[in-house]
Design a protein around this ligand. Sequence first.
Ligand code: S3P
Length: 449
Amino acid sequence: MIMKINNKNNAILVKHSKSLEGLIQTPSDKSISHRCIMLGSLCVGETKIKNLLLSEDTTITINAMREFGAKIIEDKENNTVNIYGIGIGGLFQPSKNIYLGNSGTSARLLMGLMSSCSVEVNFEGDNSLSNRPMGRVLNPLSEMGLEILDESSGKLPIRLRGSKMSIPINHKITVPSAQVKSALMFSALNIKGKSTIVEPIMTRDHTERLFELFGADISVTRNNEGYNLIEIIGEKKLKAQELDIPGDPSSAAFLIVAGLIVPKSKLIINNIMLNPTRSLFIDYLIEMGGDIKFKNKYVKCGEQVCDIEVRSSKLRGIHTPKEVAPSLIDEYLALSIAAAYAEGESRFCGLSELRVKESNRFNAIKDLLNLSGVSCQEVEDDLLVKANENVRGGSAIKVNLDHRVAMAAMILGMNSKYEISIDDISPISTSFPEFEKIYSQIGGSYRYI
Ligand code: S3P
């Protein structure tokens, strides 16, 4: 018997699903959508973006860029967003505080962007974002010229003053984070001279690819230590683009795992981006024994995209080394569910960054699995999952404002013996507003409590 765990309308009870079937269109990629909104806003002229992800997080970036002076118009009929930008360094002084909600990507990339312009900005966010570390971007940006105007512990809310006289940076990334790298890159766009960023461990490279596409002066090479060397010469005008955004592999990950763990299932999932810094989890799922077939491959927005067919599979445990953690960072929740239903033990290594996501996802995975009858232990920064083909469920899961924890719990409960209750599924709309609809369409079952 599961107790009601929340009084709001966002709590649900997930029931066992018999089998899953359907054709799914993956929602557009969140990382690329944020970056295209920002880059389109920095062009003079019209950027047309087809299939832009319109979720809570990306709407936050849209609203921020409007506040900085860009005109952004949604053309619902053609499923396009048209952006009329202000040019590099042309940011207006915002007339009000910039609210960043739950969105870490908006926070860090926008701090980078405004840091080299003469604007003063009050940034604020929700409870989750206000507990996440911003020092990792504020410290290098301060070396370039950003001023922190209040006594701050490196967390939101924070008041920042950018500088038109910023100096180019030569910075070696210490936290493997695409958000930190991208913050510095957006700052460098408006700085006279050459900024150099050295990235020892590769993270998602959308900013590099899009800067090139929009005509920024960027070169990406390898230095003699084998590290990524990103060089940007600032103040080059960007060229407005017409783009079509590919599907988000991190959102598709939950549906792929659902197709694998629920018996007698067959799902066709279209429009999954195969950028190697994002789609590594598919290789691991195949190594686990997942029946995943690539159907069509095509290119969108300079990225490889494909359709896949997923069928229920008997899975084996897996070991993922520390070095690949940044390329799996948003998929550990989905992978740990696959591991829960696999045979044998799985070990995911080097997950320290999971502790500072929308919630402490390291603990979230432990709680989700242990409360549901699957042994999951912490060994330093590694997670050890002891698989159990008959996952018990019967757990009450707290989401702590984390969209991916909510989706993970909904997938885990599709094949658990007892129902799983989830206190709040509303955060899912930060990245995947259609998730509930698709979940039901393919055969998932839940009810509000
Ligand atoms: C993102 C980078 C990752 C990822 C986040 C989106 C991005 O964060 O977890 O969901 O768009 O750059 P970190 O770069 O901080 O690991």
